[in-house]
Design a protein around this ligand. Structure first.
Ligand SMILES: *[C@@H]1O[C@H](CO)[C@@H](O)[C@H](O)[C@H]1NC(C)=O
Ligand SMILES: *[C@@H]1O[C@H](CO)[C@@H](O)[C@H](O)[C@H]1NC(C)=O
Ligand SMILES: *[C@@H]1O[C@H](CO)[C@@H](O)[C@H](O)[C@H]1NC(C)=O
Length: 308
């Protein structure tokens, strides 16, 4: 009656809507902690399981030790699911001492699973600034919505309303990172005069990596030669419960439901792979503890102009 395309469309709408409305429950009830994966680079990661166990998706947030005692920088704020935020909040509380302060909140991009902790973080850490790429600004603090954009696939059209929920973050606390590549310290210096004491130059760089989102940004942590890669790609995630992991490189394209432009996303993956002096990349959706740049290069070398 509906035809194959119609049935597929209806099934996909149901699946996508269910996934994005509920976003599943964490597989493990236990709380996760911030783990120090490299000196001064900590990760909180908790698996959420959209579609009740059909696939699992670890969602990470990052905590970086600043250049001065008691100063910290956060990258992303996780998905709004109560259990996730409960774990994240507890992890942050146990990682930070009484005198410690969050100085800066950085965003890789504004999708819900990276930003839904922001309202309570901004309230609990009133001195913290929020920084993100200028191209992402409309969707963080400009009142714009991803639902206004046309993506490359009809599935984007179906799910786009769920990609960013609150684009009304307080502008007076926001700083935008401009251009293709730069030093975070330099970009925030004007707005935060004392920033150089806790975020020295040459410590943290940003790299505009569009595709998954318009203003998607990766962060390069120079002291550990690491890249916090956000959703430029995933690593052994999401994992489908009915599929055995493939041998070979464990990288995967960013979650397709919410990727705006995969041509740009592939270019961004190649850009990260070509960075000099980098050893490890840490995606937000990663079932392991990061992956080597050598493996990333192997994966990106196999891209053709129109596919992963
Ligand atoms: C969006 O976030 C801002 C800043 O945290 C908050 O003041 C506002 O109430 C939020 N709006 C909605 C609709 O949740
Ligand atoms: C994706 O980006 C490429 C490169 O900038 C562009 O040519 C293409 O039109 C974009 N696709 C969509 C659907 O916007
Ligand atoms: C998405 O929706 C817009 C209208 O809102 C339409 O013009 C476009 O063709 C749709 N894209 C796809 C790939 O279905």
């Amino acid at each position: 009656m509906f035809g194959r395309r119609g049935i597929l469309l209806i099934a996909s709408i149901a699946v996508a809507t269910a996934a994005f409305l509920r976003f599943g429950q964490p597989t493990h009830e236990k709380l996760a902690k911030f783990e120090e994966l490299r000196p001064g680079l900590f990760r909180h990661s908790l698996e959420v399981s959209p579609l009740t166990q059909i696939f699992t998706l670890p969602v990470a947030t990052w905590l970086l030790k600043g250049g001065q005692e008691h100063s910290w920088i956060l990258v992303d704020s996780g998905v709004g699911l109560t259990t996730y935020q409960k774990s994240y909040r507890a992890a942050l509380k146990s990682a930070l001492g009484r005198k410690d302060k969050i100085k800066l909140l950085l965003l890789t991009h504004s999708h819900t699973d990276h930003t839904e902790g922001l309202p309570w973080l901004l309230e609990e850490y009133p001195e913290a600034w929020l920084a993100f790429h200028e191209k992402e600004a409309p969707y963080v603090s400009g009142g714009a919505s991803y639902a206004e954009l046309d993506g490359e696939s009809w599935i984007w059209n179906v799910t786009k309303a769920y990609h960013n929920i609150n684009s009304s973050m307080p502008v007076e606390r926001c700083i935008t990172l401009k251009g293709r590549h730069g030093d975070v310290a330099k970009e925030i210096a004007e707005a935060i005069p004392d920033a150089s004491s806790w975020l020295p130059e040459g410590f943290l760089e940003y790299l505009h990596t569009p595709g998954h989102a318009i203003g998607h940004t990766a962060f390069i942590h120079k002291p550990t030669s690491s890249v916090i890669a956000g959703d430029v790609f995933g690593y052994r995630a999401p994992a489908w419960s009915f599929k055995k992991p493939k041998p070979g490189p464990g990288f995967s394209p960013p979650v397709f439901l919410s990727t705006l432009n995969s041509t740009l996303a592939r270019e961004s993956a190649k850009l990260v792979a070509s960075l000099p002096g980098i050893e490890t990349v840490f995606p937000s959706h990663d079932n392991q503890a990061g992956a080597s740049v050598a493996e990333l290069r192997l994966w990106t070398a196999g891209f053709t102009h129109d596919s992963w």
